[in-house]
Design a protein around this ligand. Structure first.
Ligand SMILES: [Zn+2]
Length: 270
């Protein structure tokens, strides 16, 4: 019986989403990103260093975040008790979504997972950009030793230009073993889904408090994620909000890492 959170930060920057900008201007700027990621590591001190930075890869930047300066930061995060995960934004923003195209997903996941591993890091987690997910990627994740997915936002149904971008209608709101045919159902794949519990940017602090109280009251062993983004760290108000949200979470449960999540999953016999 415990309420457990995994603190996750998606490594996206503001300009990526600004489709009015040119391709060149949408790209990340190293000197701007590095201090923000330093800020993430500092923030994670309040969760005992435990957090997952989801490393962004997309057609726009591909392996930008595998450059030495960033690898040094990922190692620093791991050294402090944190982790890195794979975050695929396989899309032409608002125009084309390739998350279910295994021809494109296979190299995107492989290059990031292998790139991180080659640098001595241990990625164990995946999250699709915009919480996109197709069960077709399950075998790909398994082949790279990624057994935890964080793409589920229970109930989410995002449609852009008539195309389904992300569909988590009917998905469980607690950790479950994913099904090879339907990512929203429990099944017999080797990948476990840790659904989103707290979305710091989209919820008020009052709502975060209500969520934590509700999760605690549900009883049993619960594992959910708490979400923030790298771009949040540009604003002191957002940093303060994240810090406060983490404090509220801690009043009702504990932050765990991937290893601890997998142990708990084993105990739960999912
Ligand atoms: Zn993202």
């Amino acid at each position: 019986m415990s309420l457990n959170y995994v603190f996750t930060i998606d490594g996206d920057w503001d300009e990526y989403f600004a489709t009015k900008l040119s391709e060149e201007d949408r790209k990340p700027v190293k000197d701007r990103l590095i201090p923000l990621i330093e800020g993430e590591i500092a923030m994670a001190a309040s969760t005992g260093g435990k957090f997952i930075h989801f490393v962004h890869t997309s057609p726009l930047v591909r392996d930008f975040f595998l450059q030495p300066e960033f690898l040094a930061l990922w190692k620093k995060a791991e050294g402090a008790g944190g982790e890195v995960g794979v975050h695929c934004h396989e899309e032409e923003l608002y125009k084309a979504w390739h998350y279910a195209d295994t021809e494109r997903m296979a190299p995107a996941i492989k290059d990031m997972a292998e790139g991180l591993k080659k640098a001595g890091l241990t990625p164990r987690s995946y999250r699709g950009g915009y919480m996109t997910f197709s069960p077709k990627v399950l075998p790909l994740l398994e082949s790279h030793g990624i057994f935890l997915d964080y793409s589920c936002d229970p109930g989410r149904h995002m449609v852009k230009n008539g195309e389904i971008v992300s569909d988590w209608r009917g998905a469980p709101s607690n950790v479950y073993r994913m099904d090879y045919r339907d990512h929203r159902k429990t099944g017999d794949s080797k990948v476990f889904e840790i659904p989103l519990g707290v979305y710091i940017e989209q919820q008020s602090l009052f709502s975060v408090w209500q969520t934590c109280r509700r999760l605690k009251a549900a009883g049993g062993t619960i594992i959910v994620s708490v979400l923030a983004h790298t771009y949040d760290f540009t604003s002191w108000k957002m940093r303060l909000k994240i810090k406060t949200a983490l404090m509220i979470c801690k009043m009702y449960g504990s932050f765990i890492n991937s290893g601890q999540a997998l142990e708990k999953i084993k105990e739960m016999d999912l």
